[in-house]
Ligand binder design. Sequence first.
Ligand SMILES: NC(=O)c1ccc[n+]([C@@H]2O[C@H](COP(=O)([O-])OP(=O)(O)OC[C@H]3O[C@@H](n4cnc5c(N)ncnc54)[C@H](O)[C@@H]3O)[C@@H](O)[C@H]2O)c1
Length: 317
Amino acid sequence: MSMKALVTGGAGFVGSHIVDRLIDTHEVVVIDNLSAGLLENFEHHKDDERFTFIKGDITIDADLERALEGVDIVFHFAAQPDVKLSVEKPLFDFETNVIGSMKLLNLMRLKDIQRMVFASSGGVVYGDAEIMPTPEEISPRPISNYGAAKAAFEMYLSSFSELYGIDSVSLRFGNILGPRLTHGVVYDFYMKLKQNPKRLEVLGNGLQEKTYLDISDAVNAVLILSDAALKGFNPVNVSSEETIQVRRIAEILVEGLGLDDVHIDYTGERRGWAGDVIKTSLSVERLKSHGWKPQFGIEQSIRKMIDWLIERFGAIP
Ligand SMILES: NC(=O)c1ccc[n+]([C@@H]2O[C@H](COP(=O)([O-])OP(=O)(O)OC[C@H]3O[C@@H](n4cnc5c(N)ncnc54)[C@H](O)[C@@H]3O)[C@@H](O)[C@H]2O)c1
């Protein structure tokens, strides 16, 4: 009999791509409250008897009880994923990202489900790290509430591994790019240019420098790490080894969309918004030691994302 996997947030961007791959080898249950996720992201599985969708919320015990029925492994991807919103509404962020996650983890304990793969964020848990590329050994020092919530839940993954034998991988993702992504810088720039193809406002001075990874490379990493069945609590950076400045992303967008005479306006601050980390560069030695190798570079991933945006939302103008 195949293993049964629960994917929380499986109607969202990353979660739905995980479902696409897991369904080959697992029975898959998705729980998602559809606050951001879309039914169209898994429509192609709806007639598959190995697939079940539960419209439910990870902060509601009864929904989690249903979702965890007979499950062997949990891929926890449901979250409030917006740094800005976490700054404006810290308790809402806490409710979903810490309390919801804790309810899930505690029910796993009560049901004796012993494996979790958690979507954390290497872009936020380290804050303004002094060592770059940042290795997993560095103490988390988040500068946003979203980052604090991810780091807080990781600490419980650590204690639950020791106290109750729940093994976990905490995927400290850089930014991920690909089809179905409807937030983040590339999507936001595209939407702004769709509204006004002559002007692009960039939050900050454009010198913020981050790391981006193609969704196919990210999903390969997730599967390699879950197949490794690591014992204990295992934080692992999942990212590209390259970085790119926001300025360059804006240029690639303008060029990739075939636009000219676009006036790029920088709002000028070092951080794009409160809680924005100025530079993220992650060491991926730990991930590579498991045999992972990315296939796409950052610029290539951005261009692939632009192709999808045009296919999904139309060319500009
Ligand atoms: N996309 C990235 O670049 C990135 C980077 C670092 C970490 N992450 C993490 O990866 C995970 C997935 O991110 P994503 O980009 O796919 O985001 P997403 O918004 O596309 O997916 C999150 C999903 O969770 C669902 N959800 C939200 N609150 C819920 C609740 N209370 N109960 C049930 N479902 C709920 C949403 O409807 C959505 O489908 C998140 O944990 C995010 O923090 C993403």
